[in-house]
Ligand binder design. Structure first.
Ligand SMILES: Nc1nc2c(ncn2[C@@H]2O[C@H](COP(=O)(O)OP(=O)(O)O)[C@@H](O)[C@H]2O)c(=O)[nH]1
Ligand SMILES: [Mg+2]
Ligand SMILES: [Zn+2]
Length: 295
């Protein structure tokens, strides 16, 4: 018997990455009976049917730590959110939307600021500070000049990381940088290929090195916060957490209530930029929420 990680599932076959290479497996009937769908990211036990042709059968999947819906992946360890310092211009509003979606999925989060080689005035440092203070791990890098790639490598080591970020931020370039064995298309060419893809994309794990996987997340492309409950938004701002339970009202939304402990710390422990965005997004989400109730 062998064990490994399911890296791809397609047409009834599951591809399991083991110490003995990648095995193509069919799932035993009991999965259907038990209504369990093996999922990319699952740790699986397989029996070897043909060692040469690398065929096997999927016998069992181990209990999941978590399960994302879009992309459909189990056992995700972290979201790696990649933004460019410039080109495209760093956009904190967009970053906050990515963060909220990742927080909603309860993922551990790393923010990677790429292309620092182009940011001659080092304006990215302002954002590095704001997000580090909010409680996020922030890694400034350059795929082009190979800056801090070791730090990024350590951060993905032994984990399943879901990669997200705007087009052009340098996601593919960074993956190529982490392991020169990879040669993902980058730049304009890659965007043309992406536009050409109309088939539904199946989630697939890329093994960047042994035991370290990355999964692309087309599901993060819609950044309308349609499914966020306005009352839960505050729990997606980690910098509010130290003040939990200290406002006068337990239900405090930290907007216009009296004796709000969060508001008292804005400008100090809590960045004004992030707090202002919280209020804007709260209004936006309330509007969507009300609109849906009327329908
Ligand atoms: N100057 C500079 N350019 C970069 C860097 N990383 C990526 N690029 C360029 O930015 C463009 C978009 O990169 P790509 O990896 O395709 O971005 P993706 O859409 O996020 O996958 C490409 O032309 C890259 O060569 C970097 O660190 N510095
Ligand atoms: Mg790309
Ligand atoms: Zn409050």
């Amino acid at each position: 018997m062998l064990s490994g990680t399911i890296i791809k599932g397609i047409g009834g076959f599951y591809y399991v990455d083991t110490d003995d290479g990648v095995y193509e497996c069919r799932a035993r009937g009991k999965f259907r009976k038990e209504k369990v769908t093996p999922t990319v990211g699952d740790f699986a036990e397989i029996s070897v049917l043909d060692k040469i042709k690398k065929k096997g059968s999927l016998d069992a999947i181990l209990p999941r730590k978590n399960e994302l819906i879009r992309p459909k992946v189990a056992n995700v360890d972290q979201a790696l959110i990649i933004f460019a310092a410039v080109s495209p211009q760093f956009n904190p509003d967009l970053l906050d939307r990515f963060l909220i979606l990742a927080e909603e999925q309860r993922l551990d989060i790393t923010i990677c600021i790429n292309k620092i080689d182009l940011d001659t005035e080092e304006r990215y440092r302002i954002f590095e500070d704001i997000y580090a203070k909010a409680g996020y791990r922030v890694i400034p890098v350059s795929a082009e000049k190979n800056i801090n790639i070791d730090r990024l490598k350590r951060c993905v080591e032994g984990k399943i990381s879901v990669v997200a970020g705007p087009s052009g931020a340098g996601k593919s370039s960074l993956i190529n940088c982490l392991n020169p064995k990879f040669s993902l298309e980058t730049g304009e060419i890659s965007r043309k290929i992406e536009r050409g893809k109309h088939t539904t994309r199946h989630a697939e794990l890329m093994e960047i090195f042994a035991g370290s996987f990355i999964v692309d997340s087309p599901g993060f492309t819609s950044l309308y916060l349609n499914n966020i409950n306005p009352e839960e938004l505050k729990s997606y701002f980690p910098e509010f957490r130290p003040f939990y339970g200290q406002c006068r009202f337990a239900s405090c939304r930290h907007i216009n209530e009296p004796d709000c402990c969060v508001k008292e710390h804005v400008g100090a422990e809590i960045s004004s930029m992030r707090y202002e965005r919280y209020k804007i997004l709260y209004d936006e989400i309330c509007e969507i929420y009300e609109e849906r109730k009327r329908q």
